[in-house]
Design a protein around this ligand. Structure first.
Ligand SMILES: Nc1ncnc2c1ncn2[C@@H]1O[C@H](COP(=O)(O)OP(=O)(O)OP(=O)(O)O)[C@@H](O)[C@H]1O
Length: 252
């Protein structure tokens, strides 16, 4: 198998006495969608934040194409950072900024593009996501589904190679959830980015994921394809995917 694009090696993280990640190992492969599942509060967001560098592990390493971030040259580190994009749990749009400005922001902050080039890039993404016409509106004036599309347009506007999605469908009704999943899958196919999704949408999320990682009690207890997950006979895993979360509490 290819070298993973991102590899967490023996990563541990505690907050005071709360051990959230306990020596975890996880591989993320280029061009795939890897979905991290697990009960609430297990550390899925903490794991995502380690990948993007918002949190540092207490011990262990995170490798990017086989090399620790710090082992890359400063030029490589900058180019690595530019490859990432992040779609937060609550969309994290700036309510005081228009839809246009929200989407244009990453380009204004991190690119050398002219105003006209930025306008063109924003327009392309807004057209693809069917939100043309909302440019001058504010996030608070939009429905939850529209806000997700604006957030996705912003996450995609820099043509990132790696996008991290933290519960991208939280708070949406089942139809809109499906639409957001399809949107992510379609763009992933079209643009070929590597996706890492944290999700509670089981089993729906499996249909757009090439790999699943199950985080339980600080450990990744499964990583593999959705099919392998479904066929796994570990009782903790089957209890989790069949929705009996409470039984996890009793198994160490
Ligand atoms: N900055 C922080 N300081 C202290 N504790 C933190 C911090 N960030 C996260 N935690 C703790 O780490 C644990 C895991 O939190 P995290 O948000 O990663 O869970 P999660 O699996 O993403 O949950 P959910 O599915 O409910 O979003 C929680 O106990 C949380 O309180």
């Amino acid at each position: 198998m290819d070298t993973p694009l991102i590899q967490l090696c023996n990563v541990s993280k505690s907050f005071d006495n709360n051990t959230v990640l306990n020596n975890i190992n996880l591989s993320i492969f280029k061009g795939e969608i890897t979905t991290i599942i697990g009960k609430s509060g297990e550390g899925k967001s903490v794991l995502l934040k380690h990948i993007i560098g918002l949190l540092k592990p207490d011990s262990g390493t995170i490798l990017f194409t086989g090399k620790a971030f710090s082992a890359h040259s400063s030029v490589e580190q900058l180019s690595l950072k530019k490859k990432f994009s992040y779609m937060f749990q609550d969309s994290a749009l700036f309510d005081s900024m228009t839809v246009y400005d929200n989407i244009a922001l990453p380009l204004q902050e991190a690119s050398q593009l002219t105003k006209t080039e930025i306008q063109q890039r924003v327009k392309i993404r807004m057209t693809q996501l069917d939100i043309i016409g909302t440019e001058q509106q504010y996030p608070g004036q939009l429905s939850g589904g529209m806000r997700k599309r604006v957030a996705l347009a912003r996450a995609l506007v820099t043509d990132p190679e790696i996008i991290l999605f933290d519960e991208p469908t939280t708070g949406l009704d089942p139809i809109r959830k499906k639409a957001v999943h399809q949107m992510i899958a379609n763009y992933q196919r079209k643009l070929g980015f590597t996706g890492v999704i944290v999700s509670h949408e089981i089993p729906e999320i499996f249909s757009i994921s090439q790999r699943i990682a199950l985080l339980n009690k600080g450990d990744i207890i499964f990583q593999g394809t959705p099919e392998q997950l479904n066929n796994d006979d570990n009782p903790v895993i089957s209890a989790f995917i069949h929705g009996h979360e409470s039984s996890l509490l009793d198994i160490d």
